[in-house]
Design a protein around this ligand. Structure first.
Ligand code: SF4
Ligand code: SF4
Length: 134
């Protein structure tokens, strides 16, 4: 199974190899979808963990016990293509590149694997083509 999380690391943990240690310990694969450090040096990661369900949640519990604040991303974002006019407004709003322009067809495409469910496209789409099903 794969689950996506937003993780906030306090400054004291930002330069520690905490993720690599945890993925080795729990035999997980991971994909970092977004990462940044704020001026206050708090680190934020949007990350997908995949592996055995128990291992994913045990890893999350261990990270929490070390001081990492973690939110599970549960929203399920979909594009209703019949409503989409390919206006491209959502592309500029999407922070992860999950919405992009196909340069051959000039169609706006949605790649769910890159979506972090921030819902900015839902708020910005003039035709309600982007929806959350949760
Ligand atoms: S903002 Fe809405 S209508 Fe415009 S390209 Fe994105 S999904 Fe389609
Ligand atoms: S919710 Fe919309 S704007 Fe946010 S990451 Fe997903 S596709 Fe991009």
């Amino acid at each position: 199974m794969e689950k996506k999380f937003v993780m906030h690391f306090p400054p004291v943990l930002v330069d520690k190899p905490i993720i690599s240690t945890i993925v080795r310990k729990y035999n997980l694969e991971f994909n970092i979808l977004k990462a940044f450090v704020s001026p206050e040096e708090e680190g934020t990661l949007v990350i997908a963990f995949s592996g055995e369900e128990k291992n994913v949640f045990d890893a999350v519990e261990e990270l929490k016990s070390k001081g990492v604040k973690i939110q599970l991303i549960e929203s399920d974002i979909r594009m209703i293509k019949e409503r989409c006019t390919d206006c491209s407004v959502c592309i500029a709003l999407c922070p992860t590149g999950a919405l992009y322009l196909n340069r051959n067809t000039y169609e706006v495409k949605f790649e769910p694997e890159k979506c972090i469910a921030c819902e900015l496209c839902i708020k910005g789409c003039p035709t309600n083509a982007m929806i959350s099903t949760i």
